[in-house]
Design a protein around this ligand. Structure first.
Ligand SMILES: NC(=O)c1ccc[n+]([C@@H]2O[C@H](COP(=O)([O-])OP(=O)(O)OC[C@H]3O[C@@H](n4cnc5c(N)ncnc54)[C@H](OP(=O)(O)O)[C@@H]3O)[C@@H](O)[C@H]2O)c1
Length: 215
């Protein structure tokens, strides 16, 4: 089993991934700029879910075997650049979406490199960057009793790293990995999150992604 560290793991997105990967049997370290905050969040999750989740600073989370980036887009590149040495050679999963709220709609931002995944890959040239977990409703991820059944699109240029992430996802309850292929499609994957969130706002729902027709 791998250790999984989550940068910015104290937020809803990181907590949801922590619970699902913890339930798969992985040792999860929730990272934060404030280690005490991470320890407090981890203690709450442990009480609620019975899983062994630990809290620490982002630096300690970055020392895990596989590292998930779960910070807001605005702080993502500064966060990963500051940890580039610890992240070298590792599979780094970006679940970050670059979005803006516009009334009752959520819209994707246009990024110079086309996707957050591509920006993280450029910021971490010695890491094996994969995009995944973009579309998942965080509260349903955190609640193992929510009945969540969702696909997880896995995208990035390193095929072996996509396979590592797909195996992590496959072991997590309620999640099915779908290997999309290279980073060229990461922008489309991330932008579709805006559609998912807008649909959920419009329909007051917690819909998740499910593709049909795959074996
Ligand atoms: N929420 C969802 O349903 C969901 C689902 C899929 C993907 N995502 C993506 O996952 C990412 C996190 O989402 P979220 O809703 O969990 O966001 P969030 O609560 O706003 O932020 C997550 C964590 O990031 C850290 N953080 C905040 N500002 C920071 C800064 N300036 N520098 C460094 N760290 C900072 C904070 O942790 P500390 O203060 O403890 O350091 C915070 O708890 C986003 O990019 C989002 O698009 C979200």
């Amino acid at each position: 089993m791998a250790t999984v560290g989550i940068l910015g793991g104290t937020g809803p997105a990181g907590r949801g991934v922590a619970v699902r990967l913890g339930a798969a049997g992985h040792a999860v370290i929730i990272g934060s700029r404030e280690p005490e905050r991470a320890r407090s969040v981890a203690a709450t999750l442990t009480t609620a879910s019975g899983l062994a989740v630990r809290g620490a600073g982002n630096e300690e989370a970055a020392a895990a075997d596989v590292v998930v980036v779960a910070t807001p887009w605005e702080s993502t590149l500064a966060t990963v650049r500051s940890l580039h040495e610890a992240l070298a050679g590792k599979v780094v999963i970006s679940m970050v979406n670059a979005l803006a709220k516009d009334g009752r709609e959520v819209v994707p931002l246009t990024l110079a490199r086309g996707s957050v995944t591509a920006h993280v890959a450029a910021a971490l040239p010695a890491s094996r960057v994969v995009g995944a977990f973009h579309h998942l409703p965080a509260a349903q991820m955190e609640d193992l009793g929510s009945g969540l059944e969702s696909d997880v699109l896995v995208v990035g240029d390193d095929a072996a790293a996509r396979a590592v992430v797909s195996e992590l996802v496959r072991a997590a309850p309620g999640l099915r990995p779908i290997d999309v292929g290279g980073t060229a499609l990461a922008g489309a994957v991330e932008a579709f999150t805006a559609v998912c969130i807008t649909v959920n706002i419009r329909h007051r729902a917690h819909a998740a992604l499910r593709l049909t027709g795959l074996a």
